[in-house]
Ligand binder design. Structure first.
Ligand code: GLA
Length: 334
């Protein structure tokens, strides 16, 4: 008897606005996009064996696994991290991974691999629980103290909608994308989250919270009690970015695309000047984009230090880049 072929697919994500807010329980507004990681294969007792169409080496380990950070090749650590977090619930799997999400581009190829892996290993929990499990897996496997945005977005995407996510409450308000806009992603430069200064930014936000309490509840005037200039700037970005996300969602709902685009530009400037996660290359890419006819706004997207910019434009605008569509969450394929 031949084993049934099982397939699981997870989208990537692009964040429209609200970066470096999730790990302080702030607001973000990403969408799952039509670029995917797909895992197909069959059940195998007590073993995970996965080949990747994009990588030369196969990942193979026995269940249960307790040291996912030691697995080789290194991309297998994301898989092993998920298996380790699922503990006894993880089912064995023998299969192949294919991926149309560019790796190292800031479009959440890691979160997509984690969430597709969780499904392939038999996770039956809710989208929020699956996202939390995959967030823990990422920390355990590769040491990145990431927020919940990426995993939650790919685990809960809704076709044609951006997701307004409250990263403290873990609630999602879908906002329909207007018919007359398109979202363009332009790849600028490869980046690696683990080797970036991401962890340092997380620590600086923690330092600000020790002085003024949760940044998600803070107002701009409260920041004056922070004397360290860098910590002050980081906090100013987070507090102002949360407000921009709120306003952006309202603008999108009313179809005020010009104002929504302006907020994206302000978000980019804040990430560049206060949070210092942009690069000269990304700044010039944003400046080029916003000078083009039909563009409402553009910004760096995701963790920064490279990656992509995202552009909000009129549907009729003729622009270079990948046009992305908002799609549904990770799921098993028929
Ligand atoms: C990375 C992290 C997310 C988030 C973004 C910045 O993508 O994985 O949790 O912090 O950076 O918004």
């Amino acid at each position: 008897m031949s084993e049934a072929l099982l397939s699981y697919r997870s989208p990537g994500r692009v964040n429209l606005i609200g970066d470096h807010t999730d790990y302080t329980g702030g607001l973000v507004m990403p969408m799952a996009i039509d670029r995917y990681t797909t895992i197909s294969g069959t059940r195998m007792p007590s073993t995970i064996r996965l080949r990747s169409k994009n990588e030369p080496e196969t990942v193979e380990f026995k269940l249960p696994i307790s040291a996912p950070d030691k697995v080789s090749p290194s991309w297998g650590r994301y898989v092993a991290g998920v298996a380790a977090e699922m503990q006894k619930r993880a089912l064995g799997f023998d299969g192949e991974i294919s991926c149309t999400i560019p790796i190292g581009a800031g479009l959440s190829s890691s979160a997509a691999l984690e969430v597709a892996t969780a499904l392939a290993l038999g996770d039956m929990s809710s989208a929020v629980e699956r996202a939390k499990l995959c967030q823990r897996a990422e920390f355990r496997a590769v040491g990145v103290p990431c927020g919940i945005m990426d995993q939650l977005t790919v685990a809960s995407g809704i076709r044609d909608h951006a997701l307004l996510i409250d990263c403290h409450e873990l609630t999602i308000s879908p906002v329909q994308l207007p018919n007359d806009v398109k979202i363009i992603v332009r790849f600028i430069a490869e980046r690696k989250l683990a080797s970036s200064s991401y962890g340092e930014r997380v620590a600086q936000c923690n330092a600000a919270e020790k002085i003024i309490g949760p940044l998600r509840l803070a107002s701009l005037p409260a920041l004056t009690s922070i004397t360290d200039k860098t910590v002050f700037q980081r906090a100013r970005h987070v507090v102002s970015e949360n407000q921009r996300v709120r306003d952006f969602a309202a603008m999108l709902r009313t179809g005020d695309l010009k104002s929504a685009g302006q907020l994206m530009i302000e978000s980019h400037n804040s990430l560049d000047r206060d949070f210092e996660t942009s690069t000269p290359q990304m700044n010039s890419a944003v400046a080029t984009a916003i000078a083009q006819p039909g563009v409402f706004g553009a910004r760096m997207t995701g963790g920064g230090f490279g990656g992509c910019i995202v552009i909000l434009a009129d549907i009729k605008a003729n622009l270079d880049g990948w046009q992305v569509r908002a799609v549904d969450a990770a799921s098993q394929l028929d």
